[in-house]
Design a protein around this ligand. Sequence first.
Ligand SMILES: NC(=O)c1ccc[n+]([C@@H]2O[C@H](COP(=O)([O-])OP(=O)(O)OC[C@H]3O[C@@H](n4cnc5c(N)ncnc54)[C@H](OP(=O)(O)O)[C@@H]3O)[C@@H](O)[C@H]2O)c1
Length: 454
Amino acid sequence: MTTPMRCTVLGATGFVGRALVSDLLAAGHSVRALSRSAEHRLPERVEVTLGDAADPRALETAVAGADVVFHLVHSLARADFAERDRVIAGRLGVAAAGSGVRQIVYLGGPRPVTATSPHLASRSEVADILLGEAVPALAVQASMILGRGSAGVELLARTARLPIRPRPRWTARRSRPVALADVRHYLRAAVGLAPLRGRLDVSGPETISYHDLVQRCARVLRRPAAVTLPSPLWSHEIAARIAGLASPVPAAVAAGLFASLDHDLLPADVPAETVLPPPPAGPTSLDNALRAALGAPVPAAPAGRSYEEVDTASSAATPERLWRAITGLGGDGGRFPPGPAWALRGLLDQALGGAGLYRGRPDRPGPGDVIDFWTVRSRDDSRRELVLTADMRLPGDAELTLRAEPAGSGSRLRQRVRFTPAGRWGDAYWHLQKPAHDLVFGWLARSIARAAEA
Ligand SMILES: NC(=O)c1ccc[n+]([C@@H]2O[C@H](COP(=O)([O-])OP(=O)(O)OC[C@H]3O[C@@H](n4cnc5c(N)ncnc54)[C@H](OP(=O)(O)O)[C@@H]3O)[C@@H](O)[C@H]2O)c1
C-alpha cells in the first residue's frame, strides 16, 4: 500500500498527462493540475488551477503544498519553444523550492549525443535547468512513446496506411520506442520514494529505425504490402508540411518530431530499471506497444470446423535446444525453411493484397508479437509450445503449433497445422494446397529439428 502523496501535474491534459493523472488517482494520491483551459475534461477528483506554466503566480498556486510535481509541459507548437520552455523550467524550479516540494519529475527525451535537433536540445536544456535547482529533479528520458493519442503514433499509423510510403534518408535513424504503459509505470514508481536527482532512460526492448517502425506498424495493422519510395530530397520541413495537411498533427509539432530523427536517438544515461522497480511483467514488446497504441488486438483463436495436419521430426538435440530453435524462427537470422517456398508464398500474398513476406521478429517473441507473416498467439515455455497465427491472405484462419517434446536421449518436434475454412472457398483451398503444404510443412519440421542439432 503506497502512502498517499499530494501530486501536481503540469501538462495534465496532454497525451501522457491524462494517463498519469488517472494512475495517480487510482493509486490513492491527490492530484492538482494546471490547465490553460477551463474545458480541460479532467476527472472531478482533480483540483484544477487555471493558468499558464509561464506565469510565476499560476505556478506558485499549482505547486503549493505538493510533495511531487510532474513537469509534462512542452511548447513545441510555438516558434519560440526553446526560450519559452527555458523560462518555464527556471520558474518551476523557483516555485517548487519556495513551496517545499520534495521531488520534481520531468519527462523529456534522451540526451542527444551527437548533432542535435532544436527540439531535443531544448528538452535536454530543460532537464539541465531543473537538475541545477534546489529541489531534487528526476529527468525521465524517452524517445518515442507509443500510446493511443500520441502525435508520433498518429504520424506512424498514417504513413503505414499509405499504398506508397516515402522513405526520406533520415528515416534510417534508430531509436528505442517505449510503450506508454511502461512510461506510466516508471512515472508512478517515482512517487513515494526517497527524493532522486538525475537522468534516467526509459526505453523499449528493441532498437529500430523509423522506417522499420512504419513497416512494423503496417504488419500489426495487417496492412497490404506497400511500395517504398526512396525520397532523398524530402527534408523534415517538407515532410512536416505534408503531415500538417494530411493529419491532425500540427506541422510545427511534426517538424519537431522529424527533426529529432537527424541522428540515432538511443539511451545513453542510467537505465530506469536499475533505479526504479521495473514493470512486473517485464518491458512491453514493441509489437504489443504498437497494438495498444493502434487498438489492434491479437487475432483470436478461430472457432469451428477445421482441418488438421500433424508432422513430427526427431532430433538428437535436447528438448531445450529444440525449443530454442523453434523460438528462434523467422526474421533474417532464422528464416522459415524452405526459404524459396515462403518467398513465393510472400509474393503470392502481396499479389492478393496481403502484407507479403515481411522479415522481422523481436528478440524474444511472446503473445501479440510479429514473426515474418505470423503473429504469436501463445507461448508456453514450460510446455515448450509456440502457437502462431497466419497473417497472409487466406480463405480461412490458419494456425501453426510447434512443440518440443522429450524423446529418448533427444527430442521430437511436434508440429500441427490447423486450418479453419471460411466457406466453400476455404475447403477448396485446403484440398488444392494440401500436396504443396505436406511438402513444405514436412520440410519445415525436419529443418527445425536439424537446426536444433547444429
Ligand atoms: N509523446 C511522446 O512520444 C514523448 C516522447 C518523449 C518525451 N515526451 C515528453 O513528455 C512530455 C509530455 O508530452 P505529451 O506528448 O504528453 O505532450 P502533449 O500531448 O503535447 O501535451 C502537452 C501538455 O502541456 C500543456 N501545456 C503546454 N504549454 C503549456 C503552458 N504554457 N502552460 C500550461 N500547460 C501547457 C498542454 O496543455 P493544453 O491542453 O493547454 O495545450 C498539454 O497538457 C513532454 O515533456 C514531452 O517532451 C513525449
